[in-house]
Design a protein around this ligand. Structure first.
Ligand code: IPM
Ligand code: MN
Length: 339
């Protein structure tokens, strides 16, 4: 029996997570749900954005659906972003962000790509510091440095995850996105490791073509020719930026799902934030959360039929009820449209 830890979080997370959970329960009737806390409200209550009990529940379930969390706009002592904490603590090393054209909401048809973003290192390594000269004051910083860490281990495993996804989903073309012309040591290593995976797996990667693009060229293509992309594998920050740009083609952040996926567990998460400006009104779009839940069904529980059913139902609602609004009304319509 599949188990799911649900973490509504803050803001519209409290609305879209119950909506997506209702759809999941309709598609997978024997699903067991366990609720857990994380985020800003949780920090204010318990002094920590991700309690150990939440980590333990996710580990036990192997799967979580995370809504969204607010972060304070000023620095608060002891506060650490909940999603970054989850990625690090649970070693969720791959961030899978599929983008495809949906009826009515996408600016154009024919787009179907998956961004596979390295999710633990690069510029997210947390190695940021100021360099202080003798007698310098903190408010007169001259130099601040962030280290961008690329390791063989993380590059090989993200390459392997990309390969597995391509095999499972029958994808043909991999584009490695990097900046090895300026960063030959770090991004050269990343590129070479990913290539190594696909060369060594010659048999299982038969029929797959591997090309590479510099990230600036990839950004132009993402704007001018998004159909070019099938599967992209890239480092952490490039994946963060490119996936927001790509989300435009899928109909915006309201339709953008993601899966933070490690070896032992996975956390599905709509790409959007907690949207405090519309929170509590019941108008948040639950589609990104529903599609994120579908990613869990396909990738973690190995229930591709359930995932497809949920995605088909979303497409049906977008096609036949393009003007329908309201978080619960949309979720109810998706449930009614399940094949
Ligand atoms: C994302 C978000 C996060 C990131 C933020 C909220 C830390 O932008 O999931 O893409 O930068 O990874
Ligand atoms: Mn982002």
């Amino acid at each position: 029996m599949p188990q799911l830890c649900v973490i509504p979080g803050d803001g519209i997370g409290l609305e879209v997570v119950p909506a997506a959970t209702a759809v999941l329960q309709a598609a997978i009737p024997n699903l067991e749900i366990i609720e857990a806390e994380a985020g800003w409200t949780c920090f204010q209550k318990h002094g920590v954005s991700v309690p150990d009990s939440t980590l333990a529940t996710i580990r036990t379930c192997g799967a979580a659906l995370f809504g969204a969390v607010s972060s304070p706009s000023r620095k608060v002592a002891g506060y650490r972003s909940a999603i970054l904490t989850l990625r690090q603590e649970l070693d969720l090393y791959a961030n899978i962000r599929p983008v495809k054209s949906w009826p009515h909401v996408s600016p154009r048809p024919g787009i179907d790509m998956i961004i596979v973003r390295e999710n633990t290192e690069g510029l997210y390594s947390g190695r940021e510091r100021v360099e202080m000269g003798e007698g310098m004051q903190i408010d007169s910083v001259e130099t601040a440095v962030a280290e961008r860490v690329i390791t063989r281990r993380a590059s090989l495993r993200i390459g392997m995850r990309a390969l597995n996804i391509m095999q499972t989903l029958n994808r043909q073309k991999l584009t490695i996105v990097h900046k090895a012309n300026v960063l030959p040591l770090t991004d050269g290593l990343f590129r070479d490791c990913v290539r190594e995976i696909f060369t060594d797996a010659a048999q299982s990667s038969a029929g797959v073509t591997v090309d590479e693009l510099l990230v600036d060229v990839a950004a132009l293509k993402m704007v001018a020719e998004p159909e070019y992309f099938d599967v992209i594998v890239t480092t952490n920050l490039f994946g963060d930026i490119l996936s927001d740009a790509a989300a435009y083609w899928g109909g915006g952040l309201g339709l953008a799902p993601s899966l933070n996926w490690g070896e032992a567990c996975a956390v599905a998460e709509p790409v959007h934030g907690s949207a405090p400006d519309i929170a509590g009104q019941g108008i948040a779009n639950p589609m990104a959360a529903i599609l994120s839940a579908a990613l869990l069904a396909r990738s973690v529980w190995d229930l591709p039929e359930a995932a497809e059913a949920m995605e088909t139902a979303v497409a049906r609602v977008l096609t036949h009820q393009p003007h329908l609004r309201g978080t619960m009304a949309l979720a109810t319509a998706v449930i009614a449209a399940l094949p």
